[in-house]
Design a protein around this ligand. Sequence first.
Ligand code: SPD
Length: 357
Amino acid sequence: MNKLIRVFAAVVIASLLLLFAINRLNSAVGFSSDNTLTIYNWGDYIDDDLIDRFEEETGMKVIYETFDSNEAMLTKIQQGGTTYDIAVPSEYMIAKMLEEDLLLPLDHSKLPNLKNIDERFIDLPFDPGNKFSVPYFWGTVGIVFNREMLGDMEITSWNDLWDPAFENEILLIDGAREIIGMGLNSLGYSLNDTNVDHLEKAKAKLDTLTPNIKAIVGDEIKMLIANEEAAIGLVWSGDAADMMWENENLDYVVPSEGSNLWFDNMVIPKTAKNIEGAHQFINFMLDAEVAAQNTEWVSYSTPNKEALQYMPEDMVEDERFYPSPELTEKLEVYENLGKKNLALYNDLFLQFKMHRK
Ligand code: SPD
């Protein structure tokens, strides 16, 4: 009997060791043992039907989580509690993640659809050769406004927002770089300025905008402005396009003093478990018809040149959301300003939010 127990225990231990070894081997070659793919993306940034289709086509199970700022995404990835197979940071955050060695190089042989991306969006300074990232959506920061609610008042610049006529009429997205950036641009400074005196002046100027600010909000800004709860919003371009689809009184402008041009990109974090699946997903999203469907749902601007033929002409020809290369050249892309300066931007933004209370 004793011998039987010993044999049984040996078989159980051997099986456990074998399972452990298979699991380790799968992780090492990038296969998730449970065939799941965990994706970390901005809110409202994918057509759910495409996730269903990807699951059906590959047999993988997608776990999908969302974030509302690059900084929140970075903190979660640094903490490592959840291991993500794909994340979608903006350009300056990719530079920071590379500095912190948080990303895996991509295997381009598994991404044949990368050829669909317009060369304007390939090989950008934050990731030469697209070794670590693939374009997802791009856009600008600007002002959405309700023509009906504003009557004959025109908005063309950041400084227009300080008009006392707009008391309690402005909603802002909750982004440190965007809001401090508005303060900097309104004073004629660069969006990548690190001069402390300039940054403090920008914060002081923003404080004087307080009477006009109704709230600082997340993705709900789309619903609030579409429902005419406020006349004006500082927003990302694609959110403006979405609101304009809901409410025809709305319009969008990139302010005359200058603004931000941004690029969101798919990356594979170093802690990814399903590297093979991550490549399959990225390549799937790069397919021209998939990208067109996603773009129509999300309303942001696609970098996928081949997708444009499947999209409605009025969408592709709208210069507010597909600005000419001449205009985009005048806009600034955020740079990775380093830990100390990013902390300063965050602190000033926090102080600005406290000032409002
Ligand atoms: N609701 C989706 C928002 C995505 C916006 N990304 C913009 C990043 C700008 N740095």
